[in-house]
Design a protein around this ligand. Structure first.
Ligand code: GLA
Length: 388
């Protein structure tokens, strides 16, 4: 079902490199997020969808306590590093498997030696969780080969820990959880405080169209960590102002926030307002999906985009143009940026028969304005990480 030619590609490359059959071929998906942006590190709610773009890993055990990994894209280079101690960061894609080993070791678990070939069709740095996909592919491989038997949610937490502490991006848990636990045909409503989740069926006759602006901005050391710090500051200030019990912005209602507006700086208030209203939009979107009210889903996506643009200030002119173009196309319910922002992708939700018109308008307007083409394609809700 989710197999594609990357399965063949990594298998053949594994044979050529290691002169045997891989013991496992693993697929770990990227994701889009329908709504619930920048809520996960505020212990709030998210509604992501695992998609049919994925990292693929052909893998086998290696006797020596080391990992030999070849990447077919991303420069096609090969790395070797020890698995019985922490390998120093060397940047690039290789830091994800190194980080996963580090995180297993930190938990007192000794990963087995590994040989592997990696390929991915999740666009890198585009807000579709290419890194979480790579992390989950390796975490899954080591979980099987080392007989750890950790449940999927634990692999997700391990990936997040690896990314926070080893790679240095202070991300939340959304991307790893959806790559680990996604379900074909469904979005996942995730409570990022408790990690409880439920699957929300998506109508079969709607299309999710991704428009990749091809604007890239690395998350590490960027505005992402600044936003996170501003949210933490909001929580501190609200508590100092006597609002209890507030452990995270998840616990704050819009009324409470507005009642305490004077305690926050204008920027911190804006950031908090986005998070508080976005959490409400996640619940409203789920309710609308459950009653088949796609018009309302689309309106909420639009509100969410405006909030990310104006209050959270993580959009970009390229993303604004793509969503504004989509909003005007008949048969398109709604559109918004997806992922962290600062570049990357937008998503649109549309009737299947509107896809062609929508794609050509997105390409035409974007190319005319920015003199380069966006990548526009339909994605399908897929399963979480698994051996294929
Ligand atoms: C990135 C992070 C996620 C989440 C989103 C924004 O994808 O990895 O944890 O914070 O940004 O919603």
């Amino acid at each position: 079902m989710d197999r594609n030619d990357l399965h063949t590609k990594v298998t053949m490359a594994f044979r050529a490199r290691f002169l045997r059959e891989p013991e496992l071929v693993i697929r770990a998906p990227g994701r889009i997020n329908l709504i619930g942006e920048h809520t996960d590190y505020n212990e709030g709610f998210v509604l992501p969808v695992a998609v049919d773009r994925a990292a693929w890993l052909a893998a086998g055990l290696r006797q020596a306590p080391e990992a030999v990994v070849r990447a077919l894209d991303m420069g096609g280079d090969e790395i070797i590093f020890p698995v019985n101690r922490t390998a120093a960061s060397a940047g690039g894609w290789g830091d994800y498997p190194r980080a996963i080993v580090w995180a297993f070791l930190e938990r007192g678990l000794q990963p087995a030696g590994l040989e592997a070939v990696l390929a991915s069709d999740v666009p890198v740095g585009a807000g579709m969780s290419s890194s979480a996909a790579v992390e989950m592919a390796f975490a899954y491989a080591w979980n099987v080969f080392s007989l750890f038997d950790l449940p999927r949610a634990e692999l997700a937490l391990l990936g997040q820990r690896a990314e926070n502490a080893y790679v240095g991006v202070n991300c939340g848990i959304m991307d790893q959880m959806i790559s680990a636990c996604g379900q074909a045909g469904h979005a996942m409503l995730l409570d990022t405080r408790t990690l409880e989740y439920s699957y929300i069926p998506l109508p079969k006759d709607i299309a999710i169209i991704v428009a990749d602006s091809r604007v890239r901005r690395s998350l590490a050391g960027s505005e992402y960590n600044v936003r996170r710090a501003q949210c933490e500051q909001a929580v501190r200030l609200l508590r100092e102002a006597g609002l209890e019990p507030v452990l995270a912005l998840r616990d704050v209602t819009l009324k409470q926030l507005l009642d305490h507006a004077g305690n926050l700086s204008p920027v911190v208030l804006q950031r908090a307002r986005h998070v508080v209203t976005e959490n409400a939009r996640v619940h409203a979107t789920v309710a609308a999906l459950q009653r088949g009210d796609l018009e309302t889903v689309g309106a909420l996506m639009k509100e969410g985009h405006l909030s990310l643009r104006d209050d959270y200030e993580v959009s970009a002119p390229e993303l604004d143009l793509l969503v504004e173009t989509a909003w005007d196309v008949p048969g398109c319910y709604g559109a918004r940026l997806t992922g962290a922002g600062f570049g990357g992708c937008t998503i649109a939700l549309a009737q299947a028969q509107a896809v062609e018109e929508l794609s050509s308008r997105l390409i035409a307007r974007y190319t005319e304005t920015f003199e380069r083409e966006p990548a526009v394609y339909v994605v399908h809700p897929a399963n979480g990480v698994a051996a294929q």
